[in-house]
Design a protein around this ligand. Sequence first.
Ligand SMILES: Nc1ncnc2c1ncn2[C@@H]1O[C@H](COP(=O)(O)OP(=O)(O)OP(=O)(O)O)[C@@H](O)[C@H]1O
Length: 257
Amino acid sequence: MELTLDRVTFSLDGKTLVRDLSLQARSGQVIGLVGPNGSGKSTALRCVYRALKPTCGTVLVDRLDLASLTLRESARAVAAMTQDSTVELDFTVEEVVALGRAPHLRGNQNLSARERDLVTGTMARLDICHLARRGILTLSGGERQRVLVARALVQEPKILVLDEPTNHLDVRHQIELLSLLRGLGPTVLVVLHDLNLAAAACDRLAVLSHGRLVASGTPEEALTAELLREVFGVRADVVRHPRTGDPQLLYALIPHL
Ligand SMILES: Nc1ncnc2c1ncn2[C@@H]1O[C@H](COP(=O)(O)OP(=O)(O)OP(=O)(O)O)[C@@H](O)[C@H]1O
């Protein structure tokens, strides 16, 4: 499914956190949203998964205004793993992952055999089968993060929204998770802070600064030394990855800061 943000603005208490943001993700594309702290990335995502209602503008899923869908319909279409995703109760890992099916079930309906296989298969992909019977509250940050991604995938969404999904993950699990996003099926909108991983994982990048879109395009088009200086305030050398050809950024510490 295609995801379109059409001039989305979100204001709160007279402050505009996201201004006139227009983005388009074609079906199956992975779009990375990057930008400095406080630039409005999470706010923009919240408008997509309906935790916030845009003050102006619309979010369209296949040209259908998301706001016109019932909450159940939009929960079937859009899954989110965000910094707000929490599990307060001490469910087991397997139970939490199975909760991803909730928008597809009626009342106390049990999971079908296909859905049980989906839960098991997704847990295997996220390397969490060994945690199946553990209480979610006993997990490490990275383990928990992988469980929450599995829950979102089990939802079989058309649009997958991920806010810093590699947060807490060790380098192997970061690479595995982002590799998984490629060719996954749903259209993915993902916030990433690691620009080298974003360049490797995303078809296109959208760069936010002070709530506004300041650059967008392929990683090569978006991640220029000039943009890194102006938007992120860092000096970086942009080189090509010797194996993949992706742009990669080299930073150095600032002497005598
Ligand atoms: N509920 C709120 N009340 C007041 N200000 C808010 C609220 N939520 C967000 N903000 C402000 O809006 C701006 C954008 O926040 P947002 O969380 O969208 O940024 P972000 O780009 O995701 O940042 P980060 O990279 O640090 O996670 C920030 O200045 C933040 O302090």
